[in-house]
Design a protein around this ligand. Structure first.
Ligand code: XMP
Length: 324
């Protein structure tokens, strides 16, 4: 009979058998629930013969790389390498303003960096890296066979075909029969911190698609700070678990404001928060007006370069969740 405990045992012995006594496995982690659960399962099965890689693409959230390192290494005992490729990504993103182009640039750079790092990770005893771990879920499996629509671009950064071919890797997908809620239950059983298990999803292209227009280091800093304040206030107000996804988007529009005695001409932050079950349709979240007032005031006061904050009251459809 099927239970999550049985699933863990079965999956761990299946992985052990598949990988064998000496081969090594690599896999990217993002700080999200799927890749963390997959990585933890792998570490349980084969210990340090699993090599997790976090690529810092320069468009992660505030302190994200540090936090992932702490959680995975100290907290979960996963063998993790963090690669700071921020400069490489940001230089490739220079001058790019078109959303799909941003996704392509980030996806391609990711594959490039990952491949380089994977080649640098030479297991001590000369064993070969033979497998690539992917945190693919059942809905991803269905989606990729059933239609070739926008999902193809949504999954750009998951496009590991090149890695499998160039590096002659074989794919391991321990979560491919599970739905999101099952992955979360599995995560809890594996001892992954509750906050991580229930984290909102974050897109692969990161803040790059939440900074409309060109992505520059100074724009990333503004978007990061504003998003951090917003999420911090959502958590403080006890609303995080009621919301499916929330973030701040930085608009390429300037508006006039007054700060102290001076007129300023600065950018606009748009706050987004949605409730949804499947992300195909979504309703905007109804905040208490006092909450929005508090967030707006903090962002304008604490983030240089912002003079105005607006709240996005569009559902999906017609609007998408992301602004790009
Ligand atoms: P949209 O904007 O399409 O978003 O309504 C639906 C969900 O998908 C996420 N999303 C992405 N995730 N790469 C990702 O990994 C992407 O390029 C991408 N675009 C959108 C979005 O955050 C939301 O959860």
């Amino acid at each position: 009979n099927w239970s999550m405990e049985n699933f863990i045992d079965t999956e761990i012995s299946r992985i052990k058998k598949l990988v064998g006594p000496t081969a090594e496995v690599i896999g990217a982690v993002s700080g999200g629930v799927d890749s963390t659960v997959a990585a933890k399962l792998m570490a349980r099965a084969i210990g340090d013969r699993f090599h997790a890689i976090l690529v810092d693409n320069g468009v992660l959230r505030l302190n994200e790389a540090k936090m992932v390192k702490k959680n995975l290494t100290e907290g979960l005992g996963i063998n993790l390498t963090v690669v700071d490729a921020s400069e490489e990504f940001l230089s490739k993103l220079k001058g790019v303003t078109e959303p799909e182009k941003k996704r392509k640039v980030i996806g391609n750079t990711f594959i490039h960096v990952f491949e380089r790092v994977a080649n640098e990770i030479k297991p001590k005893d000369g064993d070969e890296i033979e497998f690539l771990l992917q945190g693919t879920l059942y809905p991803d499996v269905i989606e990729s066979i059933s239609f070739k629509g926008p999902s193809q671009t949504i999954k750009t950064h998951h496009n590991v075909g090149g890695l499998l071919e160039n590096m002659k890797l074989k794919l391991i997908e321990p979560l491919r029969e599970l739905f999101k809620d099952e992955v979360r239950a599995l995560g809890e059983l594996l001892g992954i911190p509750h906050d991580l298990v229930w984290r909102h999803p974050f897109p692969g292209p990161g803040l790059a698609i939440r900074i409309l227009g060109e992505v520059t280091p100074s724009q990333v800093e503004i978007a990061r700070k504003a998003d951090h304040i917003y999420i911090e206030e959502i958590k403080k107000a006890g609303l995080y678990s009621q919301i499916s996804q929330a973030f701040a988007a930085l608009l390429p529009v300037k508006s006039v404001g007054v700060m102290g005695d001076e007129r300023v001409y600065a950018q606009v932050i748009a706050l987004r928060a949605i409730e949804t079950t499947d992300f195909m349709t979504a309703d905007w979240f109804i905040f208490d007006a006092r909450f929005l007032k508090r967030v707006a005031s903090r962002i304008v006061n604490e983030v240089d370069g912002i003079s105005r904050v607006v709240y996005d009251i569009t559902s999906k459809p017609p609007a998408t969740v992301e602004w790009e």
